[in-house]
Write a protein that binds this ligand. Structure first.
Ligand code: AKG
Length: 300
């Protein structure tokens, strides 16, 4: 197929990535970004003075959401112009479009004041696409990350492994329930990790992209009260089915479909299969609208 068509697998996840970068005449900086993401499952982008200034504004616009001891604030983009601007920065979107060969769109944001201390997981258990792997996360450092503030950790190269789902974790013969994530997925996922973790000590104004299947989480916080202000934005790519893997069975063609938001437009991106819009149950559309209204008035 032509390197200028939409690929069935993200270019960054294929062995043709070098030939692709040559064909599209990628710059040195673009090559470094895409090849890092190919090899390690993570790659860093320097956001420059514009990004740096947006970090300060994003902190100022979101600080109030942490007053009641909330660990994270979801979808502040609905009320913060700078979170929206960071998540849709042309530099970030153009790097993702190059790496994946399809246009990205941000669909969810999470702000953190402190380290998340999350267990290792891959986003592919929470959000996935058909064709697979058209999803990624971008971690924006809103301030310099200190080693004792519970930095993000990741397992380099783990994105190349098969996607690990709830069935692999031992939930078989029944639909998973929310409690199964902690009880089954977290311990089983940790057991199958191979590479040593690395920590991401990013500087304010840097963004780290991770692949959908990269194992990552948050180190335990070693200094009481240490802040680690950060923004995680999740992206999908155009022209795919979007679904929640935990409640789906793709091998049997059963998808718990999603109607993801589009952070840039404030609307939604309809899931598509082979170029055509798929039918969504009214329940999914109604719950997407309800969620949007809820997040617009209450961020937590
Ligand atoms: O920021 C962190 O510590 C981890 C965030 C994370 O794992 C996620 O948002 O998926």
């Amino acid at each position: 197929m032509s390197f200028h068509e939409q690929p069935p697998t993200p270019w960054v996840e294929t062995d043709e990535v070098d030939a692709y970068l040559g064909a599209v005449e990628a710059s040195e900086e673009q090559r470094r970004f895409v090849l890092d993401l190919h090899r390690d499952g993570v790659a860093v982008i320097d956001l420059g003075p514009e990004g740096h200034a947006l970090c300060d504004r994003a902190i100022a616009e979101t600080e109030r959401y942490f007053g009641a001891g909330a660990r994270r604030a979801q979808d502040t983009w609905r009320r913060s112009a700078s979170v929206r601007a960071l998540s849709t920065l042309p530099l970030v979107e153009s790097m993702l479009a190059l790496a994946y060969g399809r246009q990205p769109f941000a669909f969810q944001t999470l702000n953190f004041l402190h380290g998340s201390e999350q267990h290792a997981h891959a986003d592919a258990v929470h959000f996935h696409s058909e064709p697979p792997r058209f999803m990624c996360g971008v971690w924006f450092a809103l301030e310099d990350v200190e080693i004792d503030a519970g930095p993000l950790f990741y397992h380099p190269g783990s994105h190349k492994r098969p996607v690990f789902g709830m069935a692999d974790a031992g939930v078989v013969g029944r639909a998973p329930t929310p409690g199964d994530y902690e009880a089954f997925y977290v311990p089983a996922f940790a057991r199958q990790l191979e590479s040593q973790p690395r920590v991401a000590l990013l500087k304010k104004g840097q963004a780290l992209v991770w692949a959908a299947n990269l194992a990552h989480g948050g180190v335990a916080i070693a200094r009481d009260g240490a802040t680690r202000r950060s923004l995680v934005t999740h992206y999908y790519f155009e022209n795919c089915l979007y679904y929640t893997p935990m409640y789906s069975d793709p091998e049997k063609g059963r998808y718990h479909l999603r109607l993801p938001a589009n952070v840039r437009t404030g609307g939604w991106v309809w899931p598509r299969h082979q170029g055509k819009r798929v039918k969504l149950r009214p329940k999914i559309v109604i719950s997407a609208i309800k969620e949007a209204v809820r997040r617009a008035v209450h961020v937590a």
